[in-house]
Design a protein around this ligand. Structure first.
Ligand code: PZK
Length: 287
């Protein structure tokens, strides 16, 4: 990075830099969060897995919606991207009933204004995917809002374009992943607008950090499902007696290794590219 590269912000596990007026650099670290706390122990290559997967989806969904990806760097963990005017809402698509969706459903029978059929169980597949926007809270948790509210905040035309793109992306990713034994229960997208006013996909897409990935093998509605990627780390954290407040516990080597293997397995199942090939030449995911 040049000395004029300006650090714009930090996410929980990523960093954002300005390259120039039109371009940003998004860098994925190996940090992992569980129960909303970043753990002190990195998972080797996690940032490369997420960057490579996201780039894989960007390359394959250009016809659904344009995206911000300009270049994948040789380090495999950073992408140059177009600088957009980001919409102030996250667009979540849910194909299954989990997390805050399940919570809201049990309390009200609804999720972000969508009335769902009675009698659904935790982790059930929904009759069709729903879009559940959320405002990006500065601190703490995102606030679920209904689509009317999201349309008011974003502008109706922009919101409609983003929600249609999000549904198309989810359907594409969910079907692709299902054929490879991974359920994409839900996923979050962030969109921006380019100087021509076009809605463009930003951030990362269809990664384990922006989605709930479940192993299809052993899927059983009526109970919470194990996370494809983080379950080893979560289970160990639970058993450790940690109170889930920062700082989190250091992970032992076997848990780090098991978690790393699950991330690499998700990458290889979804891309059908050996992760070693990605490390040698990241652009293999763009072909
Ligand atoms: C943008 N974030 C989230 C915060 C991170 C990521 N293409 C873009 N244009 C303008 N702004 C953004 C993007 C993207 N992507 C993304 N905030 C702004 C964020 C902190 C660290 F890695």
């Amino acid at each position: 990075m040049s000395e004029t590269t300006v650090h714009l912000g930090s996410g929980k596990v990523r960093e954002l830099y300005a390259l120039d007026e039109e371009r940003l650099l998004l860098v994925a670290s190996d940090r992992i969060s569980t129960f909303d706390v970043v753990l002190p122990t990195p998972i080797p290559d996690k940032g490369r897995v997420l960057t490579g997967l996201s780039a894989f989806w960007f390359a394959r969904t250009r016809d659904i919606v344009p995206n911000h990806l300009l270049a994948l760097r040789d380090d495999g963990r950073s992408v140059e991207c177009r600088r957009l005017e980001m919409l102030p809402v996250e667009i979540v698509v849910r194909g299954y009933l989990a997390g805050s969706g399940w919570k809201d459903y049990t309390a009200t029978g609804k999720v972000c204004g969508h009335t769902l059929p009675a009698g659904l169980c935790e982790a059930d597949r929904l009759p069709e995917p729903i879009v559940t926007p959320a405002t990006k809270a500065e601190t703490g948790h995102d606030l679920n809002i209904d689509e009317m509210e999201a349309a008011r905040i974003c502008g109706h035309e922009r919101y409609t374009a983003a929600r249609e793109a999000a549904l198309g992306l989810y359907r594409f990713g969910e079907e692709h992943a299902a054929r490879r034994g991974i359920i994409v229960a839900d996923t979050k997208f962030e969109f921006g607008v380019d100087p021509d006013g076009a809605v463009v996909l930003g951030d990362e897409a269809l990664t384990p950090d922006s989605s709930r990935f479940w192993p299809a093998d052993g899927y059983e509605p009526g109970q919470s499902q194990p996370s494809f990627d983080k379950q080893f780390a979560r289970d160990w954290c639970e058993a450790s007696g940690w109170d889930k407040t920062a700082p989190g516990p250091e992970l032992p080597a076997d848990v780090v290794g098991g978690t790393q293997a699950r991330y690499v397995e998700a990458f290889e199942r979804l891309t059908e590219i050996p992760f070693e090939n990605y490390l040698g030449e990241p652009e293999v995911v763009l072909a």
